[in-house]
Ligand binder design. Structure first.
Ligand code: NAP
Length: 522
């Protein structure tokens, strides 16, 4: 029998009372560990988390809590090798892809530690200036932001067990809000181990960081009015959560990061082999294959001027043809597995669905896997699809196949391209590929502003930043993550903006003598 991972709530390690769900190696098929949340008295545990963890965190200043984040970074760095091994075993990722998850997380916590220091010894945040409510300012109104008195329930998707945990936990802990993380079952091991390491290192007050592994049953029922729900996952699950009484009746504040059919757009004027053309080709191939395409931000739709459809198909296909797929333990493998055999089946079905309306421009699935049994391993090689008539096929604009899959689409002019992008109904990220001259910069800025209404982030790549840009799909803590419409309507990260979600804004109306004492900066 494999090890049963423990849950941690309110300072206690607690085993589920059921048989548990077994997590598997998606390449070898081996059983790894089990998770189980059966029998937990969640309302009682959550109450302790709020009382213990919340009170201890709120008693500290932002600077002190930034110190906690710094200590977490040290713990995670010290155990990095173990995380890499768990990633290989449970997520089937090659080293570079594991690093996106693990190092991306450590970097994010580090950024919040630094941002927290800038807030100094305050315990509340000022929000705007005093607004006079009486003649001469003898009575006025000042807005303050105070940490919410509840807990943050963070429910994560399977593709980022490390980054997904810490990009949510870091702003919450810095705000003074205790965290209960519920990782996706398929890859819960890495999340659980990181929480365990941080708890065992004794760097956080009891109750500040908690983990529930296994079924989500009962988690939302235990939420109270001042709690927060931060969800990352599919639009279908998000729709369920939005209807739950905790959200619909008890006004639990909710942030949703859902799926998204992101696009990459090569600006008009490019030619085969021009710098912007090459930048788009390189980025599309990388986006399709990094983490086997299991990134919510990955480019799914590739828009090029119609004269370049053939050249782009050829150039992207040529790059994809070099991608070796199989067992991530083999040094010659560039792309590992999807997270599970269930995802393998879902991705194969998704490709078939898109193929019903699109042509296949590159299909790597004919090549043999390296060091992996195709009957067992959840490995899918990259597939580039295409259509010469993108207006005719709505399916291609709203279907997210969560694997190494993208669709190439030609556009007539920039208005047509923007209309096609808009058919994604709101996405996390869009990238534009153009040149460096002033005319190009004018067009890029105007297009970025136009597309900003449909996206959480617009990423503009030109030759001048070819070696500097952070990548279409990489989520940087300094920039907003989230997107309108089908992307969930959420907002995460964005530097200190992330703290807004974890604070309650209130107006205090009083005489200047009182208002000036509310915050150190007043
Ligand atoms: P999912 O099936 O929606 O699951 C997400 C999380 O919700 C898991 O932890 C899951 O737990 C939990 N869950 C399922 N049913 C629930 C319920 N009734 N109540 C409470 N929690 C529940 O999504 P996934 O398959 O893990 O993730 C893939 C999707 O996530 C993709 O569509 C991707 O685009 C999206 N994603 C979005 C972002 C973003 O930032 N926008 C980032 C990453 C991924 P179990 O695993 O135990 O079922």
């Amino acid at each position: 029998m494999t090890e049963l991972l423990l849950n941690h709530l309110g300072g206690q390690w607690i085993a589920g009372t059921g048989a548990g769900t077994t997590l598997h190696d998606p390449v070898l098929g081996d059983a790894l560990v089990r998770v189980d949340s059966t029998g937990l008295n969640l309302p009682a545990h959550f109450e302790r988390v709020r009382a213990q963890g919340g009170a201890a965190l709120r008693a500290m200043s932002y600077r002190e809590r930034a110190g906690l984040l710094k200590a977490i970074v040290a713990v995670l760095q010290a155990n990095r090798d173990a995380y890499d091994a768990i990633s290989t075993a449970n997520s089937g990722t090659v080293k570079n892809d594991s690093a996106v998850d693990i190092d991306g997380a450590i970097y994010t916590v580090g950024v919040y530690a630094k941002l927290g220091e800038t807030l100094g010894d305050a315990r509340v945040l000022a929000d705007g200036d005093i607004a006079p409510l009486a003649k001469g300012g003898a009575f006025g109104s000042r807005h303050v932001q105070v940490p919410t008195r509840g807990l943050a329930l963070c429910i994560n998707a399977f593709n980022f067990p490390s980054w997904g945990l810490w990009e949510k936990a870091a702003p919450a802990l810095l705000s003074g809000v205790p965290v209960v993380v519920k990782p996706a079952t398929a890859t819960a091991w890495l999340t659980q181990r990181m929480v365990q390491d941080v708890i065992e290192a004794g760097v956080l007050p009891a109750g500040a960081l908690n983990v529930v592994c296994g079924s989500s049953a009962g988690l939302l029922d235990a939420l109270q009015p001042f709690d927060l729900l931060s969800f990352t996952g599919s639009a279908d699950t998000a729709a369920l959560l939005r209807r739950h009484p905790a959200v619909a009746e008890r006004s639990v504040r909710v942030n949703i990061e859902a799926d998204s059919v992101n696009s990459g757009l090569l600006m008009p004027g490019a030619t085969p082999g021009s710098a912007s053309f090459e930048l788009l080709v390189k980025e599309v191939a990388r986006e399709m294959t990094q983490k086997s395409g299991q990134k919510c931000t990955a480019i799914r739709r590739v828009l090029v001027p119609e004269a370049l459809y053939g050249a782009a198909a050829e150039a992207i296909g040529a790059r994809l043809a070099k991608v070796t797929v199989g067992n991530p333990r083999n040094a010659s493998v560039r792309m590992g597995a999807l997270v599970s055999r269930a995802q393998f089946e879902a991705v194969q079905a998704g490709i078939a669905q898109l193929q019903s309306v699109a042509e296949t421009l590159h299909d790597g699935r004919g090549a043999a896997l390296i060091d992996a049994d195709p009957a067992v391993a959840a490995c899918v090689a990259p597939v580039l699809l295409g259509t010469r008539d993108p207006d005719a096929h709505g399916l291609l604009h709203v279907t997210e196949v969560f694997g190494p899959v993208a669709t190439l689409m030609p556009y007539r002019d920039l208005d047509h391209a923007r209309a096609l992008v808009a058919r994604g109904e709101g996405s996390l990220a869009c990238s534009l590929y153009g040149e460096d001259d002033d005319t190009a910069a004018d067009a890029l800025a105007a297009t970025a502003l136009d597309l900003a209404a449909l996206h959480g982030r617009v990423h503009v790549v030109t030759p001048a930043v070819a070696a500097l840009h952070t990548g279409h799909g990489n989520v940087m803590p300094q920039s907003l993550h989230g997107g309108p419409g089908r992307a969930g309507g959420g907002e995460e990260l964005g530097g200190l903006r992330a703290l807004n979600f974890h604070h309650r804004r209130a107006a205090v109306q009083a005489a200047p003598a009182v208002l000036s004492r509310l915050t150190p900066a007043a």
